[in-house]
Design a binder for this molecule. Structure first.
Ligand code: PYL
Length: 271
């Protein structure tokens, strides 16, 4: 899992309203509506049922330690979704205890290997990777006007790619998957009926207008692959597009460091 840098999340808290509007312009739906679409539920219903339950975010010092702004960014995204949320004053075990004592129904916490949301009432655990994949696939479904019977190139068959594949398969997309680790792609085939493996990435790339880039590979897609109707959902950090692509695709590219993943985690763990 790529570890976010402070600069990746620096301005999340202050630009949520602007980002939400960008998502509405691109997909027709808000951040909350995309998250609800990702889990096939009604965001309004989840909000009405659970808005009274506080959500705790616990900073974790293990491994490479705290990322400045990470817990606050997570807390602000949850707050933007209309839920009461707080970052615990204590870290690690003390922080978890503090969250429980403060009545948190859901707790978010991340070390270098896992970022999870835990429903303290029923024990449900949602992983950021799978939720992010579902959230981005939902955004691509909305941005494209519906993935049913459309071909999508899925780059990356890890946890994010697997979450995306599950959503896209359930919504009738024809998925073609490439992973540099062929065995990982083959493993994913077992759980996603009908998906096909792409053998040569750069031979395949020009053939697809809909792309879900779920890899941490940077700048693997150059501007020669961006057509007027290319649409890309890119949960991968760093972004897989080269900088020269951005002016060509800006309004048809969905990409953020945490927002869609956290929003989908919240709705998923409460459902
Ligand atoms: C959740 C992000 C998405 C991409 N990579 C994942 C990552 O950066 N994981 C590390 C998160 C560490 C958080 C640190 C803290 O501040 O609590 N333990």
């Amino acid at each position: 899992m790529t570890r976010l840098r402070e600069e990746d999340i620096l301005d999340i808290s202050d630009s949520l309203k602007e980002y939400d509007q960008k998502l509405v312009n691109q997909t027709g739906k808000s951040l909350a509506e995309i998250a609800a679409h990702a889990i096939g539920s009604s965001g309004k219903r989840i909000y009405e049922l659970h808005r009274a339950n506080p959500v705790g975010v616990v900073p974790i010092t293990s491994g490479e330690g705290i990322i400045n702004g990470f817990s606050r960014s997570v807390q602000k995204i949850i707050e933007f979704m209309g839920f009461t949320s707080f970052v615990t004053g204590l870290k690690d075990v003390g922080g978890l205890a503090e969250a429980v004592e403060k009545g948190a129904k859901v707790v978010f916490l991340a070390d270098d290997d896992h970022f999870v949301a835990i429903n303290m009432a029923n024990g449900k655990v949602v992983d950021n990777g799978e939720a992010t994949g579902k959230g981005y696939a939902a955004a691509l479904d909305l941005m494209s006007g519906g993935l049913r019977d459309k071909e999508v190139l899925l780059i990356g068959a890890g946890p994010v790619g697997a979450g995306a594949a599950a959503f896209m398969s359930a919504h009738g997309a024809k998925i073609f998957v490439y992973d540099v680790n062929r065995e990982q792609a083959e493993n994913l085939l077992e759980t996603v009926p009908g998906m096909q493996i792409v053998r040569d990435f750069y031979e395949a790339l020009p053939q697809y207008k809909l792309i879900l880039d779920a890899t941490p590979a940077a700048e693997i897609i150059g501007k020669e692959y961006i057509g007027e109707d290319t649409m890309i959902a890119a949960p991968g950090i760093p972004l897989g597009l080269s900088q020269e692509c951005l002016p060509l695709i800006s309004d048809r590219l969905v990409h953020d460091a945490l927002e869609i993943g956290v929003a989908t985690m919240l709705f998923d763990v409460l459902t």
